[in-house]
Design a binder for this molecule. Structure first.
Ligand code: UD1
Ligand code: UDP
Length: 360
C-alpha cells in the first residue's frame, strides 16, 4: 500500500465532528491536507471543535462564508481549485451535504481527481431543500460513495450508483460512542445570549436546536416552534445557531417566552451532555436526530420531510409541524435494542480501508 495524499474539505460544524473521527486513522498511512473553507467561522462554530476533538490545524482556511448559495459555492470552487492544482492530491474527501461538500467535489472532479463522499445516499426527495441538491450532485460525481445505512445504499442503487458504493456505517455513531460521557450536565454552565450563565438539572429540560433555512427564514415558523416549547411544563434549552440569533432573541423577548433559555452554540462534548441529560429532543438537525436515537431519547423533528427515516420507528422520532410538536412529544417510544441501523461504531476504519485500497 503506497502513501496517498488526500485533501479533506470541511467547512461546517457537523463536518468537523466527522473529520475528527477519520483524520486520526487516515494519517497512519497517508498524508492528509486539511482544507477548511471557512463556511463556519465563529469560535464556537469552528475552532472550539478543533480544540475539543484534537483535530489538526487546517493547512488552508479559505475564509469563505455567507452570501447566496451560488456565490458561496462558486467562490469556494475557485479557491479550492487553486489548492488542488498546487497540492496535486491522489484524492479528495468530502462529508455530508453542505455547500462546502459540493464545492470540494465539483472542483476535484473537474481536475479528474477521485472524490470520496462520506454520508452518500441520504435523500429527502424534496428538491427545495438546499442540501438535497448538494447531496445528489456530489453523489453522482464521486468515485467512492460511503453510505451510512442500508436505506442510503438502496437510494444509491436506485440511482445506478451501486458499483461505486459501499455501506460504511455512520461516523456520527462512531463519534457518539467515543465522546458520549466525557462530560455530565451537572458539571456544566452555559453562556446565555442575554448575558450571564445558566445551568440545568438532569431530566428537567428539553433540548432544542433549530437552524434550517426552512424554519428560520421568517418570524412565523420559528415563533410557532418557540411558543410550542414554551407551553411545556419544563424549560427548553436552545443553543442558537448564528444564522437566527437576532430573530430568536427578539421573538423570545417580545413574546415573553420565559421557559425558553437561549444560549450560545456549545461544543460537541457539551451538546452530547445536553442530549444525555434532557427529557427529550426537538430539532431540525440531521445530526442531532441521529444522536437522539443513539441516546434512546425521544425526538421530534420539525420538518416536513424525512432526512433519516431509519429513526422514524416505534415513536422514537416523529416529523412534526410547529402546531403538533407537543402532541408528538408525548407519544410513547418503544426501544428495540437489536435495531442498530447506523453500523457498529467503526465506520472510520471501513472508510480509511477503502480509501487505501482504491485504485483508479
Ligand atoms: C449549513 C449547511 C446545513 C447544515 C449546517 C450545519 C449548507 C447549504 N447548509 O447551514 O446543511 O445543517 O451548516 O450547522 O451548506 N454564520 C455565522 N457564523 C458562523 C457560521 C455561520 O454568523 O460561524 C452565518 C453566516 O454568515 C450566514 C448564516 O449564518 O449568514 C448561515 O450560514 P451558512 O453556512 O450559509 O448555512 P448554515 O445555516 O450554517
Ligand atoms: N451541536 C453542537 N453544538 C450546538 C448544537 C449542535 O455541537 O450548539 C452538534 C450536535 O450535537 C450534532 C451536530 O452539532 O453533533 C449537528 O450539527 P448541525 O445541527 O449544525 O448540522 P446538521 O447535522 O443538521 O447538518
Amino acid at each position: 500500500m503506497h502513501e496517498k495524499k488526500i485533501v479533506t474539505v470541511v467547512g461546517a460544524r457537523p463536518q468537523f465532528i466527522k473529520a475528527a473521527m477519520v483524520s486520526k486513522t487516515l494519517r497512519i498511512h497517508n498524508n492528509e491536507i486539511l482544507l477548511h473553507t471557512g463556511q463556519h467561522y465563529d469560535y464556537n462554530m469552528s475552532k472550539l471543535f478543533f480544540e475539543e476533538m484534537e483535530i489538526p490545524e487546517p493547512d488552508y482556511n479559505l475564509g469563505i462564508s455567507g452570501g447566496s448559495h451560488a456565490r458561496m459555492t462558486g467562490e469556494m470552487m475557485i479557491a479550492i481549485e487553486e489548492v488542488l492544482l498546487k497540492e496535486k492530491p491522489d484524492g479528495v474527501l468530502v462529508y455530508g451535504d453542505t455547500n462546502s461538500t459540493l464545492a470540494g467535489a465539483l472542483s476535484a472532479t473537474k481536475l479528474h481527481i477521485p472524490v470520496y463522499h462520506v454520508e452518500a445516499g441520504t435523500r429527502t426527495h424534496c428538491r427545495t431543500n438546499p442540501e438535497e441538491i448538494n447531496r445528489i450532485c456530489t453523489d453522482h460525481i464521486s468515485s467512492v460513495l460511503f453510505a451510512c445505512t442500508d436505506l442510503n445504499m438502496k437510494e444509491l442503487i436506485n440511482e445506478g450508483l451501486e458499483k461505486s458504493s459501499i455501506i460504511s456505517g455512520d461516523l456520527m455513531f462512531d463519534a457518539y460512542c467515543h465522546y458520549s460521557g466525557y462530560k455530565r450536565i451537572s458539571d456544566l454552565q452555559f453562556p446565555k445570549l442575554s448575558g450571564g450563565y445558566t445551568s440545568v438539572n438532569e431530566d428537567e429540560y428539553y433540548y432544542l436546536t433549530c437552524h434550517r433555512e426552512e424554519n428560520t427564514k421568517d418570524d412565523d415558523c420559528l415563533l410557532n416552534i418557540l411558543k410550542a416549547m414554551n407551553s411545556l411544563s419544563y424549560n427548553t434549552i436552545y443553543p442558537v445557531h448564528p444564522r437566527n440569533k437576532e430573530r430568536a432573541e427578539r421573538l423570545v423577548r417580545e413574546n415573553r417566552l420565559e421557559r425558553i433559555i437561549l444560549i450560545e452554540p456549545v461544543g460537541y462534548i457539551e451538546s452530547l451532555a445536553l442530549l444525555n441529560g434532557c427529557k427529550a429532543v426537538v430539532t431540525d438537525s440531521g445530526g442531532l436526530q441521529r444522536e437522539a436515537f443513539f441516546a434512546e431519547k425521544k425526538c421530534v423533528t420539525v420538518l416536513n420531510f424525512a432526512v433519516w427515516p431509519e429513526t422514524l420507528v416505534d415513536g422514537r422520532n416523529s416529523l412534526a409541524s410547529p402546531e403538533n410538536i407537543v402532541d408528538r412529544l408525548f407519544e410513547k417510544q418503544k426501544i428495540n435494542k437489536g435495531y442498530l441501523p447506523f453500523g457498529d461504531g467503526k465506520a472510520s476504519v471501513k472508510i480509511v480501508d477503502e480509501i487505501n485500497r482504491f485504485e483508479l
